[in-house]
Design a protein around this ligand. Sequence first.
Ligand SMILES: [Cu+2]
Length: 162
Amino acid sequence: MTQPRSHSRRYSTLIGIAVGGIALLLAACGTGPIPGQPSSQTSAASSGSSTTGSCTAATAKSAVTVDAGDDLKFSPSSVCLKVGGTVTWKNTGDISHSVTDDSADAAVASDAELPSGAKPWDHDPLSGGASWSLKLTVAGTYKYFCIPHETLGMLGSITVVS
Ligand SMILES: [Cu+2]
């Protein structure tokens, strides 16, 4: 009588697959927001929209430094500044980077943004170790980029609040 035994073995295999599938589904659901995970604060800070949302007079700084590195990124990529505050860009690597907020120089128009009343800027490429500071006196959202690396994603934003 081998038939009933093999039938029951196949049945239990099916149950095993079903249980495994449910466990996978539960695991997938668990990869959503994990409460209390220490990295959640960091990921919120690096996301442009959440930082913009939390940029208030209470959280704004009067001076911030943004690194421009050989990783072709501005870091931090978004900053929150008080009106009249100063942003200093520092080239921490060897590759030259421009700091530009002028839609006339942008490959993608939306990579440049200025509040109305603010003047566009385009600073000459910063060589390794060089830095440049800009005082921002008009509140609003600024989006800037590095001309040589714009299309590689070297973009930054500044929210200025009063
Ligand atoms: Cu660059």
